[in-house]
Design a binder for this molecule. Structure first.
Ligand code: FMN
Length: 366
C-alpha cells in the first residue's frame, strides 16, 4: 500500500494498525512558527476517544499523543511533525476467529484478496483506529488555521441517526458539545438516546448522517479544474471508514430543485458580495465564495453486530460468524471529530496552495 498520504502542500501520512504497538501521522508542510503543543492536539483526540459514554465502543484507549519532531520551543519549525499514539487496550484474542473467516461488511475479504497477507487483529490497517492519527494531524491543521485565518471555525455535528433527522428549526450551535451525539438538536439527542439504547441491547447498529460547516473561510480557496475545493473535501470525507455518500451544500437534493430555487442570488453589501442563500455549500467552480462551506456524508451501520451472519472461510467453506470485541453501535458519533479534522487539513492545504499561486491577490468587487 503506497497510498497512505493525502494533501498537496499540507501532506499527512498516517501509519499503524489497530492492535500494533502504536499508530500515528507524519505531517509535512506545516508552515513554520505555528504555536502547537501536545496539549493542543489532545483536546481534539479526547473528542474522538473511545469509551466516553455508552454509545461508543468500550475499548479503553487514552489516545495520548506525543510530538516526536518538527516542534521546538512550542512552535513548528517547518520540518516534518511526527505524531505518535500508543495502543494500550488491544484485546487481540477477540479476533482469533477472524484469522480465517471474513466478517461481512468489513475489509477482511478485500485485504486478503488484494494482499494475501494481513494483520487481522481488530481489522489491522482497515480499522477506524487509524482515524485517531487523522485527528492528531487535524489538530496541527487547526493550529495553523487559527494563526493564519483568525475566526475560521470548523464544526461537525450529526444531523440524522437511522431514519430520524434533526429538526433544523431547533438547530442550536451551543447544543452540539452538550450531548453524546454531537447534535445541534437537543430533542433529537433525547430521542436518539432511547433508539440507540434499544439497538445496543439488541446487539444491532444504525447508520447516520454527519454535516461539517466551516465558517469564516475566505473567498478564493480551491482551483479549477482538478484542484477543486469540493473535490478534495469529498475525497477526504469519503476516505473515512464506513462513509458511503458525500455531498456539498444542497447535494443530492439539488436534483429535485428548479433553477429559480437553487440560484444563490447576489447583492452588494457594505463589505462585498452578500448571498441570499447557500445552496452551493460555499463553493462555486471549485472555489470558495466566502460563505459557509458545508459538506455532508452518510455512514453505514456498524458491520460488527451480535446477530450471527453467514460468511465464508479463507479455504472457501461456508460458515457463520458472530462478532466479538467492542464496537460502536453508531459509528457516526465518533466520525464527527474525524470529519472536522479532515476538513481542517483540506482547508489549510488549499489556503497554502492559494498563497503559493496568488499570494492572496484578489479580483476587486466594488
Ligand atoms: C470512528 C469510527 C469508528 C468505527 N468503529 C467501528 C466498530 O466499532 N465496529 C465496526 O464494525 N466498524 C466500525 N467502523 C467502521 C469500519 O472501520 C469500516 O466499516 C470497515 O473498516 C470497512 O470499511 P468501509 O465500511 O469503509 O468499506 C468505524 C468507523 C469510524 C469512522
Amino acid at each position: 500500500m503506497s497510498l497512505n498520504t493525502f494533501g498537496h502542500l499540507f501532506r499527512v501520512t498516517t501509519w499503524g494498525e489497530s492492535h500494533g504497538p502504536a499508530l500515528g501521522a507524519t505531517v509535512d508542510g506545516c508552515p513554520p512558527g505555528i504555536a502547537v503543543s501536545e496539549d493542543d492536539l489532545q483536546v481534539w483526540l479526547d473528542r474522538r476517544k473511545p469509551g466516553q459514554n455508552r454509545y461508543t465502543t468500550q475499548r479503553r484507549e487514552p489516545d495520548a499523543v506525543q510530538i516526536l519532531s518538527g516542534v521546538f520551543e512550542g512552535r513548528s519549525t517547518g520540518t516534518p511533525i511526527q505524531l505518535t499514539i500508543q495502543n494500550a487496550d488491544q484485546r487481540s484474542k477477540d479476533y482469533g476467529d477472524i484469522a480465517d473467516k471474513f466478517r461481512p461488511g468489513h475489509a477482511d475479504i478485500t485485504y486478503w484478496q488484494k494482499y494475501g497477507h494481513r494483520d487481522y487483529r481488530g481489522g489491522g490497517r482497515s480499522s477506524a483506529r487509524e482515524t485517531a492519527a487523522r485527528v492528531a494531524a487535524g489538530g496541527v491543521a487547526r493550529a495553523a488555521l487559527a494563526a493564519l485565518v483568525p475566526g475560521l471555525t470548523i464544526t461537525g455535528y450529526m444531523v440524522q441517526m437511522g431514519p430520524h433527522r434533526i429538526d433544523r428549526a431547533r438547530f442550536d450551535w451551543d447544543e452540539i458539545g452538550r450531548n453524546p451525539f454531537w447534535t445541534p438538536d437537543a430533542q433529537a439527542a433525547e430521542d436518539w438516546a432511547a433508539t440507540l439504547d434499544a439497538l445496543r441491547k439488541d446487539g444491532n447498529s444504525v447508520g447516520a448522517m454527519i454535516e461539517v460547516t466551516a465558517r469564516g473561510v475566505p473567498a478564493g480557496l480551491g482551483a479549477p479544474v482538478y484542484g477543486k475545493l469540493d473535490t478534495d473535501l469529498a475525497a477526504a470525507m469519503m476516505s473515512i471508514n464506513a462513509v458511503k455518500g458525500v455531498e456539498i451544500g444542497e447535494g443530492m437534493a439539488a436534483a429535485a430543485l428548479t433553477g429559480t430555487d437553487n440560484a444563490d442570488e447576489i447583492a452588494m453589501g457594505p463589505d462585498g458580495p452578500v448571498y441570499a442563500s447557500n445552496h452551493a455549500g460555499g463553493i462555486l467552480g471549485g472555489i470558495s465564495t466566502g460563505q459557509d462551506v458545508v459538506v455532508r456524508f452518510a455512514v453505514k451501520p456498524t458491520s460488527s453486530i451480535l446477530t450471527p451472519r453467514r460468511t465464508i472461510t479463507r479455504t472457501g467453506g461456508e460458515t457463520e460468524i458472530v462478532t466479538k470485541g467492542r464496537h460502536d453501535p453508531c459509528v457516526g458519533i465518533r466520525a464527527v471529530p474525524v470529519a472536522e479534522a479532515m476538513a481542517a487539513c483540506v482547508i489549510l492545504d488549499h489556503l497554502l496552495l492559494d498563497r503559493g499561486q496568488t499570494g492572496g491577490q484578489r479580483g476587486r468587487i466594488g
